[in-house]
Design a protein around this ligand. Structure first.
Ligand code: G3I
Length: 363
């Protein structure tokens, strides 16, 4: 599978079986049970999400929870057939990795990384410096700025060191801006100032020079105050030679509300020489979802994925879950749901077709 960092736009050449002489064709019929299964997987792979993504050298990813990964074979069947990239929905967050100081718990993250390797999937690492999901020892430790710097560097060294060469991109910094473009208050921002962002990126680059290093955020898909502030920061970091490689546009949308400025906004970041990725796409619908809303959601999935893939340095699209059976939406947005490409019973929804058409340039 091509690496996502440099998408190429030619199509994978399909091997076309040579015409057979009649005698050989007779022999083929006799051995059809052997011959056909060799052809079928290749033919069907081309029509999966990952088949289309592989063909254009980009990632189609899904956020994966450790629960379904370890308990639901219907889930992993779809995950492995359709996706060439995975993101740990929670297992690589600080509270999951280091619940007590120096007491690491790698089990769930290791499971996902091993699963990905076994199924030829890349891993997006999520996430290092974030205001949320911090273990209480860290949140309530009342550390000095010097101690916090040491703690953040150690976390980055340890985590990237463990997965060096196995994670193709890291969300090094997550959700650092308020909606008005000011810096969001966080443990890091409040104690260390904005300089922690450059430091975190430099430490991450030293720990795994091959990983693409991202700043990731939500409500930055449109051209707005928040994306303007991020654009200014990204430009400044690049001017200072900080190893920033990409911007992650989470893309938690409401049905019918994919921003009209999304493609132009992603393009201005791409024009800085940065990768752009849609990292957490889901499109929520007020429940119960009507047929018209499901059709609109399908158009939205197509548009959102095209808004990224139509930009030069788009590395790929990740959806924040596989199935409506496991989605953070109903628990957070009361009355909303049905946000993903598969329903609770693993039937593909219209949104699956929308996403598939967004990935397939011939559609
Ligand atoms: O791990 C505990 C478990 O021990 C406990 O028994 C259980 C009981 O509630 O909670 C578990 O923690 C939950 C965790 O998911 C793991 O399942 C937290 O309560 C719950 O808040 C947490 O939610 C996650 C949320 O991030 C946390 O902020 C969602 O699953 C996850 O989808 C969501 O993902 C975020 C991205 O990381 C960043 N962008 C926004 C996105 C959606 O909020």
């Amino acid at each position: 599978m091509p690496h996502a960092s440099r998408p190429h736009h030619h199509h994978r050449r399909r091997r076309v079986p040579r015409p057979l002489p009649l005698v050989a064709a007779g022999a083929l019929l006799a051995t059809a049970a052997v011959t056909l299964p060799q052809l079928t997987p290749e033919a069907s792979a081309a029509t999966t999400l990952r088949g289309y993504a592989d063909a254009r050298g980009v990632r189609i990813g899904a956020a994966v929870g450790d629960g379904p990964l370890t308990s639901d074979s219907a889930y992993t069947t779809v995950l492995d057939r359709e996706f060439n990239s995975v993101t740990a929905e929670n297992a690589m967050k600080w509270d999951a990795l280091e619940p007590s100081r120096g007491g690491y718990n790698w089990a769930a993250a290791d499971r996902l990384v091993a699963h990905a390797a076994a199924h030829n999937q890349g891993v997006r690492g999520h996430t290092l410096a974030w205001y949320s999901q911090l273990p209480s020892w860290l949140k309530n430790g009342n550390f000095s700025a010097a101690e916090l710097n040491t703690i953040l560097k150690k976390h980055i060294d340890t985590t990237l060191g463990r997965y060096k060469g196995k994670v193709y991109a890291w969300d090094v910094v997550n959700e650092t801006f308020n909606e008005d473009g000011s810096m969001r208050s966080s443990l890091w921002q409040d104690k260390l100032g904005t300089g922690y962002i450059a430091n975190a990126l430099r430490w991450a680059h030293a720990a795994d020079p091959a990983a693409k290093l991202y700043i990731n955020d939500y409500n930055i898909e449109a051209d707005n105050a928040k994306s303007d502030a991020l654009y200014a920061l990204a430009k400044q970091l690049l001017a200072e030679g900080v190893p920033l490689n990409g911007i992650g546009f989470q893309s938690h949308f409401v049905v019918g509300q994919v921003p009209s400025t999304m493609k132009a906004n992603l393009k201005r970041f791409s024009d800085l020489g940065l990768e752009v990725s849609v990292t957490e796409l889901d499109i929520r619908i007020p429940l119960p979802a009507s047929a018209a809303e499901l059709a609109q959601q399908s158009a939205d999935y197509k548009l959102a994925s095209e808004n990224c893939l139509g930009v030069a340095r788009c590395a790929g699209v990740t959806v924040w879950g596989v199935t409506d059976k496991y989605s953070w939406i109903p628990g957070t947005f009361s009355g909303f749901g049905a946000a993903l490409p598969y329903n609770e019973s693993y039937a593909p929804k219209p949104s699956y077709t929308g996403l598939s058409n967004g990935l397939n340039p011939a559609a």
